[in-house]
Design a protein around this ligand. Structure first.
Ligand code: SIN
Length: 321
């Protein structure tokens, strides 16, 4: 039987509280991934390997941690004795990591991200159940020859590009931005989960993109009184910075519309060679491209995911040759 490798990166799933009755007084990223596995009786006897790649609160996620993760994935996924990989992650930036891995992975084997909203010491800890589900999803995906990147949270499997944190503290905190889950996992032995014939197609750009230093891409938001001050402040420093500004993702109102004051500043940015992409600050639905768009619309990604996608695009991912 092939193994499932679990790569730990930290998060609330590995969090502990001194007083378990005070749900929010905890520290993320305290327990090792090996300890997380030990706490799940259903995983006893399952062929698993644990690798601690990082130990962070995912608000502090960085390109250098993504690089370590990419290297670990490269090694583990190449092993004949490995069916696929689970990544334990914080919920706060899970959607960014998922979107990045989806772009880079070749899609041959399953990579499943999971997390938790309550720390491991909470009486209602959701991490053990999510970890058990994530391992099962790797095993079942491998059995069905499904490769790609998905996220498993609260009994549902989400596409890596649809998934997003939609509630700051509810146990059922993730949704698909308007898209449905790929699979609703059966919660008892009587019901059968319905599985698709394939996971969403990966970008196949390769882990090597993580080895180079990324260009600076920042996010700005359109809002009442948005007069472009922030964009002009960035432009004033853009070229003197050690990592010059190369791209801006703007989280627009509604269908990606922009305050005229902000749009004027973004025109100045475009004239200075900065690439501008539009997303929406609205939680569901995304931005569809329309004829005459001044800047490209990122159809479905959150602004944070669009920042990842623009970074890869500026690195040349997707360009022929
Ligand atoms: C984190 O993102 O690492 C902390 C919050 C969480 O995992 O829910």
């Amino acid at each position: 039987m092939q193994k499932v490798v679990i790569l730990g990166t930290g998060g609330t799933i590995a969090g502990t509280a001194n007083d378990p009755s005070r749900a929010w007084a905890y520290q993320a990223a305290q327990l090792s991934v090996a300890q997380l596995i030990e706490a799940v009786p259903a995983l006893q006897g399952v062929p698993l390997e644990a690798v601690q790649v990082a130990q962070v609160d995912s608000k502090d996620m960085s390109w250098s941690i993504w690089r370590q993760l990419g290297r670990a994935l490269h090694v583990q996924l190449a092993r004949d004795d490995v069916a696929g990989v689970v990544i334990t992650h914080g919920t706060d930036t899970l959607e960014e990591t998922a979107c990045l891995l989806q772009a880079l992975h070749d899609g041959a084997k399953p990579v499943v991200l999971t997390a938790a909203m309550y720390p491991a010491t909470s009486p209602d800890a959701d991490g053990p159940g999510n970890l058990r589900d994530a391992v099962r999803v790797v095993q079942e995906s491998a059995r069905r020859c499904l490769g790609g990147v998905v996220a498993v949270m609260h009994g549902r499997v989400w596409s890596a590009v649809d998934v997003r944190k939609a509630h700051s503290h509810a146990l059922d905190a993730f949704d698909g931005g308007g898209a449905s889950p790929l699979v609703a996992l059966a919660q008892d032995d009587r019901s059968e989960a319905v599985w698709p014939s394939a996971w969403p197609t990966c970008g196949r750009f390769g882990w090597g993109y993580l080895e180079v230093n990324p260009p600076r891409v920042e996010i700005v938001c359109s809002h009442a009184d948005a007069d472009g001050w922030l964009v002009r402040a960035m432009l004033a420093h853009a070229q003197t910075s050690a990592r010059p500004l190369k791209g801006i993702v703007v989280a627009g109102t509604g269908h990606g519309t922009l305050h005229e004051g902000l749009a004027q500043a973004l025109r100045e940015a475009t004239q200075q060679g900065i690439t501008v992409w539009r997303s929406s600050r609205v939680a569901r639905g995304g931005v569809l491209a329309r004829e005459g768009d001044e800047w490209p619309a990122v159809p479905h990604l959150t602004a944070a995911q669009a920042r990842v996608a623009l970074t890869l695009s500026l690195l040349g991912a997707g360009r022929a040759g």
